[in-house]
Design a protein around this ligand. Sequence first.
Ligand SMILES: NC(=O)c1ccc[n+]([C@@H]2O[C@H](COP(=O)([O-])OP(=O)(O)OC[C@H]3O[C@@H](n4cnc5c(N)ncnc54)[C@H](OP(=O)(O)O)[C@@H]3O)[C@@H](O)[C@H]2O)c1
Length: 296
Amino acid sequence: MPNKEKQSKQILITGATGNVGVEVIRYLMSSDHDHTIIAGVRNVERAKTAFKNHPKLHYVAFDFEDPDTFNYALRDIDTIFLLRPPHLSNVDSCFRPLIEKVKEHSIREILFLSVQGAEKSSVIPHNKIEKLISEFDVGYIFLRPSYFMQNLTTTLLSDIQRKGRIVLPAGRAAFNWIDVKNIGEAAAILLTNFSDYKNQAYEITGYENASFYDVAALMNRKVSGRIEYKNVNPLRFFWIKWKDGMPTEIIIVMIALHVLPRFQEEPEISNLYEHLTGKKPTTLAEFFEREIDVFE
Ligand SMILES: NC(=O)c1ccc[n+]([C@@H]2O[C@H](COP(=O)([O-])OP(=O)(O)OC[C@H]3O[C@@H](n4cnc5c(N)ncnc54)[C@H](OP(=O)(O)O)[C@@H]3O)[C@@H](O)[C@H]2O)c1
């Protein structure tokens, strides 16, 4: 386990109100350090309400799509937790101006939330953002998580609740399942001990690879009500989601996320979470037990 960094830093958290950001903030606010934590958000008032249990959290207006917010938000910042909101895929228009400003402000530490396998696929935005950060020679940590368990309680939830189904073009592909709380806890440790982990990429995964057939079977043992996994081809998936009103760019991201693993090796398992915390990552069974109210 890491030694605590002594020097106090100003840490800016982007994507603070999202799945991962909320957990990063929760762990940062409950751990023992002298750092100042600042949530960089589009709507400060809404964020203050969402984080009312963290009175010591600071806020600054920050919008990836509005470069006028960058200078003020980056003032006196030492370390950034950088996340790519799922709808932002144009790296040159959104992220390049931001990283230029990061450099201008002499910020030397960026923890970028990437994705497992980002280094192997030059078309995904995470790959381009990793290259951009390296190009600007800013100290970095690339944290590459596997497939979020929380996809079941967010993107896939309405089909589960309304239709008792998970509909995806994922075939029998095995996904590695990680709890976003584990990512948040690991990220908080990396942010507060940056120099120990600097200029490296780390995958963060759970210990289970499982297909959607396996996950539906497990859900049926853990949660009341019957859940079926329906494998559909990508075109049919596009049609179903388009009729449901899902934005085209999100459908395309979902197709890529669920079809590509069918043609890839099973995900590799990383022990980063256990290495950092001394604890085992959440299992799928534990996740369903913890989130039972959401499903029922
Ligand atoms: N899902 C997976 O299985 C998986 C696996 C590996 C990696 N990832 C990666 O994880 C990332 C998504 O993380 P997440 O699930 O925590 O995201 P999320 O829940 O969708 O949250 C997105 C966050 O970004 C903020 N945001 C959106 N547009 C913004 C803008 N223009 N300026 C400033 N902030 C903005 C949102 O704030 P508001 O409150 O203002 O909307 C929100 O806090 C993606 O890069 C994804 O590729 C996902």
